[in-house]
Design a protein around this ligand. Structure first.
Ligand code: MN
Length: 220
């Protein structure tokens, strides 16, 4: 094959490669899409109103996913899932990836007919650490109320299954510190301001009514 022919073939193969990548991307969806809610937007009212859901899920979470879709292409994170992005990314990709994962965990924690208390191994781990479920709830609520500024309060487990309450600023997700997130409550003002105005403590007190402990336990 002469030099000119080889060059032509390389161009053809290159173009076919591009087409294949495009087709794979289209078919397998290397793009972050807004996952459906497991309940109606009004199902959690009055703890979380339909209006808050419309903004928080429909605009905030969608915004983080849209940002990722414009930030990730052309970086080593192309095709990576959210946990991988949260573990290894920094800067705006971490911020938007962590916020996306945090919100998906958050919205999937709730139910209109929740299991109000943990059972089994998670209940035992809570009892080991805080004596009673009520004591745990008090400590968790206090952590949410006392976190300064925007962020998340988390119930996490380490590799041994021991539990911890973490306060994380801004997008902080426990995966980046080697913990497994079990329960994450958003204490950014956008999570509660429409329903509770400035009363974050009221939001933290009411949120227990919709947390489904079967879901939290499944993550343990
Ligand atoms: Mn939020």
């Amino acid at each position: 094959m002469d030099k000119m022919n080889r060059k032509r073939w390389m161009t053809v193969i290159g173009l076919l490669g591009c087409l294949l990548c495009f087709w794979v991307g289209e078919v397998f969806g290397y793009e972050f899409k807004l996952p459906p809610l497991p309940y109606e937007k009004s199902a959690l009212a009055p703890v979380i109103s339909r209006e808050t859901m419309e903004f928080h899920y429909g605009k905030h979470l969608k915004g983080y996913l849209d940002n990722l879709n414009s930030l990730v292409p052309g970086t080593p994170f192309e095709g990576a899932d959210l946990p991988t992005i949260v573990k290894y990314a920094t800067g705006p990709i971490y911020d938007n990836g962590a916020q996306a994962l945090n919100h998906i965990l958050y919205f999937n924690t709730f139910s209109a007919e929740p299991a109000h208390e943990p059972t089994g191994a998670l209940a035992e781990a809570i009892a080991r650490k805080w004596s009673t479920f009520e004591d745990f709830k008090k400590a968790f609520s206090e952590a949410g109320v006392s976190l300064f500024g925007s962020g998340w309060v988390w119930l996490v487990k380490d590799r041994n299954g021991d539990l911890f309450i973490l306060q994380e600023s801004n997008a902080g997700n426990p995966l980046s510190k080697g913990y497994t997130p079990l329960l994450g409550i958003d204490v950014w003002e956008h999570a509660y301001y429409l329903d509770y105005r400035n009363k974050r403590a009221d939001y933290m007190e009411n949120i227990w009514k919709i947390i489904d402990w079967d879901t939290v336990e499944a993550r343990y």
